[in-house]
Write a protein that binds this ligand. Structure first.
Ligand code: ATP
Length: 249
């Protein structure tokens, strides 16, 4: 297969004596939706924070399009095309939908470019914002105050914010949390569409959604990869079933 958009090799993160992410290997490819599942405390959010540059690895390698990025500061990740949505909502509620996405679009732009845009009246972030909003299905609500959106619409807005900076890699931490079945199904369809031209990593607890949309699944338990494979293989795995039942007990 071609070079992954993002690749973790032996990626490890310790918090004092706790190894939250332990020797994880993972490859994200454009055109693929890669779901990461696992019981609470498995290390999924820590892994997302490592891949988005918010946390530095304690050990191991992180590659973006084949180049080492493990020691990069977090701001370089967004500029180099790594976008993420957050488990906790990241939206500024008094601002409009459009303003939220425009601000997010600017994450990709250097301060000099932003200054030049003001001077020349160039409107690149506006166009990127409108395109992202149309793509997630919020094109008709751009002037609405974000605080008036439904829960599902807020999650769509968060995805638009992640998309607006033009990422290649999209890291989505429980984008469907708290949604009803209908909204959830619609958004799952959108995630699948986005995977056509992005490398998508999806953290998700709803197994029906995971098995419906994922091309590949990584199962984490206690910071480690328990299994990795196609959804059908993971669904039939006794080790995965045991891990979940063990944690439920
Ligand atoms: N900043 C931190 N400092 C210390 N320990 C942390 C920190 N962040 C996470 N941990 C610990 O690392 C482990 C993995 O946590 P993490 O949040 O990555 O798991 P998770 O799989 O995302 O869980 P959930 O599904 O509940 O969100 C947990 O034991 C957690 O308490």
């Amino acid at each position: 297969m071609n070079t992954p958009a993002m690749e973790a090799i032996g990626l490890t993160r310790r918090f004092g004596g706790l190894v939250a992410v332990n020797d994880v290997n993972l490859a994200l490819h454009v055109g693929e939706l890669h779901a990461v599942i696992g019981p609470n405390g498995a290390g999924k959010s820590t892994l997302t924070n490592l891949l988005s540059g918010e946390l530095r690895p304690s050990a191991g390698r992180l590659l973006l399009h084949g180049a080492e990025v493990g020691d990069w500061p977090s701001w370089r990740f967004a500029r180099a095309g790594v976008g993420r949505s957050f488990q906790q909502t990241n939206v500024l509620k008094p601002m409009t939908v459009r303003e939220n996405v425009r601000l997010a679009a600017q994450a990709r732009i250097t301060p000099l470019r932003r200054y030049l845009q003001v001077v020349t009246g160039e409107h690149a972030p506006t166009e990127a914002a409108e395109a992202a909003l149309t793509r997630v299905g919020l094109g008709a609500l751009t002037g609405r105050t974000a605080g008036t959106l439904s829960h599902g619409q807020l999650r769509q807005l968060e995805i638009a914010m992640a998309l607006a900076a033009g990422p290649t890699v999209l890291l989505l931490d429980e984008p469907l949390a708290g949604m009803g079945p209908e909204e959830s199904e619609r958004l799952a369809g959108l995630l699948k569409e986005l995977a056509a031209d992005h490398a998508v990593m999806l953290i998700e607890h709803d197994m029906d959604v995971v098995f419906a949309v994922a091309d590949r699944v990584t199962v984490m338990v206690d910071g480690q990869v328990l299994e990795q494979g196609a959804p059908a293989a993971i669904r039939g795995s006794a080790a995965v079933r045991d891990a979940y039942l063990g944690h439920a007990a």
